[in-house]
Design a binder for this molecule. Structure first.
Ligand SMILES: Cc1cc2nc3c(=O)[nH]c(=O)nc-3n(C[C@H](O)[C@H](O)[C@H](O)COP(=O)(O)OP(=O)(O)OC[C@H]3O[C@@H](n4cnc5c(N)ncnc54)[C@H](O)[C@@H]3O)c2cc1C
Length: 234
């Protein structure tokens, strides 16, 4: 009979969930067979690599593993999604109706990206030079677009909302700048960084250095500037 009670239940088998499970088992081997990860996805994505994929330094296929292969030994993978939490009863309900009980719960379900909140983005993403590294499906298009740009304006944006990896919008910009320089087209391309933040980075130590990078790379940085609409035909 399948077991549906665990000492620790982790919802989400992304970077957060897998890391928590691995650390728990490493520090407390006696937890073996008492930890479950609940995630319906057959694939696990190492998203930090998408910056390098978009910048042409790696292939997106390198960021994917079968979920089964990254579940630590001693951890039970329940391949379902959690539909409802019942914190007063220490249980979650799965989409197949089963309840899973726990003593401790870790919620690591990641972020959902609301592309539709920026007018024109959802319908133009992956076409007409509109790119994002925040999705496996579109990351190849970033590199295609950077590679094919020989002159004009390249705009990189950082939104007024929490993002996965606050550095990602800048990192792809520096990789693009590097590519434009190596291929001899940098002087024909104007790079603009439009950020909703007030400065290039919140932490002074890094901000001071990054401000020098912006000057050195001749990047037109515009702060407190939030992207609200894309008109790809214009
Ligand atoms: C382009 C890019 C560059 C980045 N660069 C860096 C970097 O350099 N350094 C750094 O530290 N971070 C970086 N990050 C951020 C980092 O990748 C994320 O913070 C991290 O992947 C988040 O892990 P997570 O486990 O919270 O979520 P995810 O990895 O998104 O995993 C969430 C999991 O939860 C599952 N799930 C969702 N809903 C349910 C449900 N109802 N029931 C069960 N399971 C569910 C999903 O199937 C998924 O497997 C980057 C991110 C991006 C996109």
């Amino acid at each position: 009979m399948e077991k549906f009670t665990f000492k620790v239940v982790i919802v989400g088998g992304g970077t957060g969930g897998i890391t928590v499970a691995a650390q728990l088992l490493r520090k407390m081997p006696t937890l073996a067979d008492q930890v479950a990860i609940i995630d319906p996805s057959t694939k696990h994505y190492y998203q930090p690599l998408w910056t390098l994929d978009g910048g042409g330094a790696s292939k997106k296929e390198n960021s994917v593993r079968d979920m089964k292969s990254v579940i630590p030994d001693g951890v039970t993978w329940i391949q379902q999604s959690v539909e409802k939490f019942f914190p007063d009863q220490n249980k979650v309900r799965l989409n197949n109706g089963t309840s899973v009980h726990y003593e401790f719960l870790v919620v690591a379900t990641g972020l959902e990206i609301h592309w539709h909140k920026i007018k024109g983005l959802k319908e133009s993403l992956g076409t007409k030079s509109v790119c994002s590294n925040y999705s496996y499906e579109h990351v190849d298009y970033t590199w295609e677009t950077i590679r094919n740009l020989k002159s004009g304006t390249a705009i990189f944006t950082h939104p007024a909302s929490p993002v996965k990896c606050g550095g990602a919008p800048q990192k792809i910009m520096y990789l693009a700048d590097d590519h434009f320089r190596k291929t001899g087209v940098r002087d024909k391309i104007n790079i603009i960084f439009g950020s909703a933040n007030a400065a290039i980075f919140d932490v002074a130590k890094y901000r001071n250095e990054l401000e020098k990078v912006l000057v050195r790379k001749n990047i037109d940085a515009r702060f407190s500037t939030n992207l609200v609409e894309i008109k790809p035909d214009e």
